[in-house]
Structures are given as structure tokens and as C-alpha cells.
Design a protein around this ligand. Structure first.
Ligand SMILES: N[C@@H](CCC(=O)N[C@@H](CS)C(=O)NCC(=O)O)C(=O)O
Length: 216
């Protein structure tokens, strides 16, 4: 198995997940800032041209951070980061969808259309005119999550899950590229500090973060 990875919040999600699991997979580094992931060689492996991906021993290439983590969870169930019962797994999935569809998906696309435009304009269709509204949609979603976190340690209550990893890696990155969360969201702020204090948070940060100033 090979972990095809780079600097960036999505590869970091899988790095943090693997650190939490104490799982080591040999990795191959791609130059994401130089666009190696958009070249034909990589797109033959992952047609989306995005990182990360997991190349299995039979040659199959699994993309999408959540799908990669779900696969690793089946191989390495402990400690559970998705869930041990049908209800727990579904609950984690519910939070993952809320995080990605109602909060960070908007904010990460808005980054591509504004602060990240120079990097992305020749890679994907960019909608600069939509950026401001999408940032607001993301902020609305985060405010909603703030209310849902009241009285809880993690999104799924007492269980630290993949959903927390996704939200943490995305918010940490977004804060370094012009979309810091509102620290007036007291539940999000306390939750963020708890997530940042886990050893896997610092250990998953890519070396390129220091040079670029972007936390990924
Ligand atoms: N939905 C994908 C998103 C992957 C993604 O957006 N990866 C970013 C890195 S954080 C990327 O490849 N950006 C460079 C590019 O699109 O050229 C996943 O969950 O893996």
C-alpha cells in the first residue's frame, strides 16, 4: 500500500487519522504547489487530480479522504475513529456530512475562488463572484455547529471521531488563509483548542507549512 500525499488540509486529515491510529503506510510525496497532481501520470491514478490517494497492492487507487479513512478503519479498527456499532458509524457519518456539506466545503471552495485564485484558476472552474457569499454560507454553518456543540466534548459527544479530524484540519488551514473562525463562537473555540492539543494535530502538519504560512 502507498499513501500518495502532499502539503494541504485533505492529506493532513489522513495523516492525523493515521497518527491517531498509530498506522504507518509508506508514502510518496507529490509537489502539489507545482501542480504535479494535475499532470497526466497522477490523473491516470486519480482522475480528480486531487490529493491524497491510497494506492493498494493490487494497483487500485482509492481517492477521497473519507473513503480512505473508512478503508483504514476496517483494516485497523482500534482505536475506533468512526464507530463500533451501526448507530455510532451512522452518527459519525452524519457529522462528516454536516461538516463538509454545510461548513467547510463552502469555505474551501471560497478560498479557491479568492485568496487561492492564482493557484487554482488554471486547475478548476473558479467562481470569484461567488466567493464572498460562500464564505458567509460557511460562517452560517459554523455558527449552527457552535450551537450543536453545547455541552459536548466532540461532535459525536464523548467520542473523538473522523468528523472532528476533518473539521479541525479544515478550520486550521482556513484560519491561515484569511478565513479564521469567529472566536466569539465559544463552543467551537473550546472544541478547536481541545483538538489542537492532541499530539496528532502538530505531528500531522506538513513541513511545507512553515515555508508557505498555510497550515496544511
Ligand atoms: N474531496 C477530496 C478533496 C481533495 C482536495 O481538495 N485536495 C486538495 C489538497 S487539500 C488538492 O488536491 N488541491 C490541489 C488541486 O486541486 O490541484 C477529498 O476528500 O480527498
Amino acid at each position: 500500500m502507498k499513501f500518495l500525499q502532499s502539503f494541504g488540509p485533505n492529506p493532513r486529515r489522513v495523516r492525523m487519522y493515521m497518527l491517531e491510529k498509530n498506522v504507518q503506510v509508506p508514502s510518496v510525496e507529490l509537489d502539489i504547489l507545482g501542480g504535479e497532481n494535475r499532470g497526466e501520470a497522477y490523473k491516470k491514478k486519480n482522475p480528480s487530480g486531487q490529493l491524497p490517494a491510497l494506492e493498494l497492492d493490487d494497483g487500485f487507487v482509492l481517492a477521497e479522504t473519507v473513503s480512505i479513512c473508512r478503508y483504514l478503519e476496517e483494516l485497523h479498527p482500534n482505536p475506533p475513529l468512526i464507530g463500533t456499532t451501526a448507530k455510532e458509524r451512522a452518527e459519525t457519518d452524519m457529522w462528516i456530512r454536516r461538516v463538509e456539506l454545510d461548513v467547510t466545503g463552502y469555505m474551501l471552495d471560497a478560498f479557491r475562488y479568492s485568496e487561492g485564485l492564482k493557484l487554482f484558476e488554471n486547475r478548476v472552474r473558479c467562481l470569484p463572484e461567488a466567493a464572498a457569499g460562500m464564505k458567509e454560507k460557511g460562517r452560517d454553518g459554523l455558527k449552527w455547529l457552535d450551537g450543536l456543540l453545547a455541552g459536548k466534548t466532540w461532535l459525536a459527544g464523548n467520542r473523538f471521531t473522523l468528523a472532528d479530524i476533518l473539521l479541525y484540519c479544515d478550520l486550521d488551514f482556513l484560519g491561515s488563509v484569511g478565513q479564521p473562525y469567529d472566536t466569539g463562537l465559544k463552543n467551537i473555540d473550546a472544541w478547536f483548542k481541545r483538538a489542537a492539543a492532541r499530539p496528532s494535530a502538530a505531528a500531522s502538519l506538513h513541513a511545507a507549512s512553515a515555508q508557505t504560512g498555510m497550515r496544511g
